[in-house]
Unconditional design. Structure first.
Length: 948
């Protein structure tokens, strides 16, 4: 049974209050704190009061009690929130975030430590070395950042003076793989080096242990520090812990030594030894500073006393500082060095913990838990620029809370028809616009005052706000409200924040917003031989004569970072769900629970979370509502029933899976056939509009049952494609195309150039262009043959070369009519030497080797040759011969055999040796083979041979 708190401890969730009012809220909070219960829920928000002492609420045993539990199975605790965020991230594979907010001293830093310790304790069960390294670096980074970013204040001995946003990256198994840290608005604090370092280290840095000797540390100096004291031992122990943490993180000894030197430089730079006059009083201190910064003493001295100003035409003028300017420049340099050092440390930690070599395809999805440790709403007796920025940050976070929790939650209730009492809440967007609205907001007015030429003072900035914002309902000042004597003329203005009214003093607003640092100091630090110090000032590389953009002001930079932060948070928690853990943890000082500051902060807490408590309590959605305590008491019995029902559901689901196998088997074959046909249609649906009519389309792999179907489909497709191509040929060209197709069937693969690309003349000997000398003689011979035989037309004529059995060649001519094939003698006026009826030629044939003739058919080989002087060189006429000889060829039975291809080396065709192969042998020959019925001297006529 999950442990539940009894009513003597008060209500563990504020939404369970009978009356959700400020008085009942405070009464329940006080009761729980007095009973030792420092944590209380508001729905999924946990509120905490800082006991300011060590408690037994943390440790390994407590972690085991909360690991894997739901939010309301255990009493309220930070561990429950951390576990809910981790489970939501792991279950849904979505980013989550935990936002920690509270006033100074509320315990925000300690809470972030406990959250990280919990996550580290429940991850990496397999003890992977790399994961352990990442966990150690994440934990040790807190120690280092505290040392450089925390300071002692009137209300907190270890106050964080910066906002921290940390992304913890997890792999698909939920183990941490890295992280990233962003810091916001670092207030320049004093170094912690004096009390912790050894005497030897202090001597090497030219420092003494007395903190009162240095202006940055004099206000916080303790009079109880003496050799051997407990306080000194504690400081030295903390100093060693920081040094060890830096070593674990990955800082090299040289980098740690450079950090110590930079801290010593800051202390020396603002010490009284330099004096307040225009001249340096302690020249030895300048030499010590030059040694610590690894710069030249004369360059350092010149930077402290003078300022280089670029004039027109590339001229540089050296301008001396006044005493006020010198002190301002010196202090600004010290603060800037510390800020750059802190940012460099954060960047150095990020380089160590960042996720390296991540590939989502190999390592799975990378998810993030974001932890935001940010300053809470601040209302002090005197509020300046820092409080203005901090309270603006809280207004932005409150706006995000309103957007995600109040507005979207009620809109969801309305969509789902849930009955609830509508909560009228204050939307603080009007306050956010008052601060950040372009051209009209306070930040824009402040930037305008900073960028205006001439001497602009803080009262002038206040007067500008009074003029432009005088009618705004959330802004006022003494000039606008003369009867309010709590504000001073020309100094104070007041903003009505969601958590209360805050009066700000404009003193220092312009200087802090400008955050001016002369370029001379940047160039000095960039020219240092210390690589750490040099890396902090990359802009020092820019020449003084080079024109650069004006840097953004401090307020604008902070506004941009807040806008980016809120967008980042919204991406991790939108839309909200029970495991998204958009959590604000609040800590209050118990010893001052009745003081005005604490009362104001409690009012701010109520203003920020009271609406959420009323909304959740009014619906009972997403939280353990007021009527659900009885259900919680029956949870043990209910869990047994649920377990039994779940096992039965699993068995039934498995049975359905087994039965589904037969259904799948019955549909699988049809599925493959349908899939193939659909894919076939998809690939060929646009072939009609393609340039090649689908020739380049690749056919899909068919199922075995459709293999023959695909072959038939390919045949049909080829016929259709041929039809699409042929139908565009003019009728006048069709006869020649048919002839070329017939020649292609015989010559394909045997001859590269057979005249396909040229027009076929066929009767070449009658052409004066082809046969200029003997064309007339050939014409007379043809006419004589026509008168004698009465043939219809000349199909082909050409000069050839005849090769006998002794490899002797002779010039011959060949004439093919529609009835006969003639061998002619060109030198004797084309005398007919042999006549062969064309009907006795069965088919043309071709082979890759010598043309051969059966042994009983001697002396009948010939070739067309482009070397005959009377023929045009380079022509290929074999193709034009194939068509007229192939079409009319018939076998003895009268069947068509045109275009049949024969291998001359096949059995029955003779062999190369029988033909007397020797010098001058041919590489290719064409043969007109005569039928077996009429064997004789013209049984074979070899045509178209090319000599090698």
């Amino acid at each position: 049974m999950a442990e539940q708190e009894s009513l003597e401890f008060g209500k563990a969730d504020f939404v369970l209050l009978d009356q959700v009012t400020m008085e009942h809220f405070m009464e329940n909070l006080k009761l729980r704190f007095e009973m030792g219960r420092i944590y209380t829920y508001i729905g999924e928000v946990v509120v905490s009061m800082n006991p300011y002492k060590q408690t037994q609420l943390y440790g390994k045993d407590v972690i085991e009690q909360y690991q894997g539990r739901e939010l309301y199975e255990r009493p309220p605790h930070l561990y429950a929130v951390a576990d809910a965020a981790y489970k939501a991230m792991k279950r849904r594979a979505k980013d989550t975030c935990i936002v920690i907010s509270g006033e100074s001293g509320a315990g925000k830093t300690e809470a972030s430590k406990y959250i990280m310790q919990y996550i580290a304790a429940i991850t990496n069960p397999s003890q992977r070395e790399e994961v352990e390294r990442v966990k150690n670096v994440l934990l040790k980074s807190n120690c280092v950042l505290e040392a450089f970013g925390n300071a002692k204040t009137n209300r907190n001995d270890n106050s964080s003076r910066f906002g921290k946003y940390m992304d913890i990256n997890f792999d698909f198994k939920g183990d941490p793989t890295g992280g990233h840290i962003n810091n916001y608005l670092l207030e320049k604090v004093g170094p912690w080096l004096l009390l912790g370092a050894s005497d030897t280290q202090l001597a090497s840095l030219h420092l003494c242990r007395d903190a009162a000797a240095y202006r940055f540390t004099s206000e916080g100096a303790s009079n109880n520090v003496s050799p051997g004291s407990t306080l000194l031992a504690s400081d030295q122990s903390n100093f060693k812990a920081v040094a060890d943490a830096m070593t674990v993180i990955g800082f090299s000894p040289e980098e740690i030594d450079s950090v110590y030197k930079i801290l010593a430089t800051i202390l020396h730079l603002v010490s009284d030894g330099l004096g307040d006059a225009v001249e340096i009083e302690n020249r030895e201190l300048v030499s010590q500073l030059a040694g610590l910064t690894s710069t030249r003493p004369e360059s350092l001295l010149r930077t402290l006393l003078y300022r280089a100003v670029a004039a027109g035409g590339g001229e540089v003028i050296k301008k001396g500082h006044s005493a006020k300017e010198a002190n301002y420049a010196r202090d600004a340099c010290a603060k800037a060095i510390y800020e750059r050092l802190f940012c460099w440390i954060v960047g150095r930690i990020n380089t160590v913990i960042e996720v390296k070599n991540y590939d989502a395809r190999l390592h799975g999805k990378n998810t993030v838990i974001a932890v935001l440790d940010i300053y809470g709403f601040e209302i002090f007796e005197s509020n300046s620029f820092e409080q203005f920025c901090i309270n603006y940050c809280n207004e932005k976070l409150q706006q995000l809370f309103i957007e995600l929790i109040l507005r979207q939650e009620q809109e969801e209730y309305q969509r789902e028809g849930i009955e609830w009492q509508h909560i009228e809440y204050f939307n603080n967007q009007i306050i956010v616009d008052l601060v950040e609205q372009p051209h009209k907001g306070i930040i824009s007015i402040l930037d305008e005052a900073c960028l205006t030429g001439g001497q602009v003072t803080d009262p002038m900035f206040l007067e500008s706000m009074n003029t432009k914002l005088g009618k705004h309902p959330h802004y006022t000042s003494r000039k606008l409200c003369a009867t309010d004597k709590s504000m001073e003329f020309g100094r104070d203005f007041r903003i009505k924040h969601y958590a209360g009214n805050v009066t700000y003093s404009v003193e220092g607003f312009i200087d802090k917003n400008k955050d001016t640092l002369f370029q001379d100091f940047k160039r000095l630090m960039y020219n240092s031989t210390d690589p750490v110090l040099r890396d902090m000032w990359p802009e020092g590389e820019v020449s003084i004569t080079e024109v650069t953009k004006r840097p953004l002001t401090a307020a604008t930079l902070f506004k941009n970072s807040m806008v980016a932060l809120v967008e980042n948070l919204a991406s991790k928690v939108n839309p909200p769900h029970p495991g998204s853990c958009f959590t604000r943890a609040l800590w209050l000082l118990p010893a001052a629970s009745r003081t005005p500051p604490a009362s104001r902060h409690l009012s701010g807490c109520w203003a920020g979370r009271g609406d959420g408590a009323r909304l959740s309590g009014g619906t009972g959605c997403g939280v353990l509502g007021a009527g659900r305590w009885g259900l919680a008491s029956r949870a043990e019995t209910g869990s047994v029933c649920l377990s039994q029902a779940w096992r039965g559901a699993l068995a039934r689901r498995r049975c359905r899976y087994l039965r589904a196998i037969y259904t799948i088997m019955g549909h699988y074959k049809r599925h493959k056939v349908k899939t193939y046909l659909l894919e076939l249609v998809r690939r060929f649906q646009a072939v009609r509009s393609m340039a090649d009519y689908g020739k380049s389309v690749e056919w899909p792999e068919p199922p075995a049952v459709l293999a023959q179907f695909q072959e038939n489909s390919k045949l049909l497709f080829r016929r259709w494609r041929a039809r699409q191509i042929v139908k565009n040929i003019p009728p006048s060209d069709m006869a020649q195309i048919q002839g070329k197709v017939a020649a292609l069937e015989v010559l394909q693969g045997l001859r590269k150039d057979w005249g396909c690309q040229r027009n076929w003349g066929r009767d070449y000997l009658s052409s004066v262009a082809e046969n200029p000398v003997m064309a007339a003689q050939f014409a007379r011979r043809v006419q004589a043959l026509r008168d004698k035989v009465h043939f219809g037309s000349v199909l082909f004529s050409c000069h050839v070369r005849k090769i006998n059995r002794f490899n002797k060649s002779r010039d011959r001519a060949i004439l093919v009519t529609d009835q006969h094939l003639y061998k002619l003698e060109p030198r004797k006026q084309y005398k007919v030497m042999r006549t062969l009826p064309l009907s006795t030629v069965s088919a043309p044939r071709a082979g890759p080797g010598d043309a051969v003739t059966p042994r009983d058919w001697p002396g009948a080989r010939g070739c067309s040759d482009s070397k005959v002087p009377v023929c045009r060189a380079g022509t290929a006429r074999r193709g034009s011969l194939i068509h007229p000889t192939a079409v009319p060829c018939r076998d003895p039975r009268g069947a068509e055999r045109g275009g049949e291809l024969h291998d001359p080396l096949s059995p029955g065709a003779g062999s190369a040796k029988a033909a007397g192969q020797g010098p001058g042998s041919v590489s290719q020959a064409w043969t007109l083979e005569r039928g077996n019925k009429n064997k004789g001297p013209f049984a074979s006529a070899n045509l178209g041979r090319r000599q090698q």
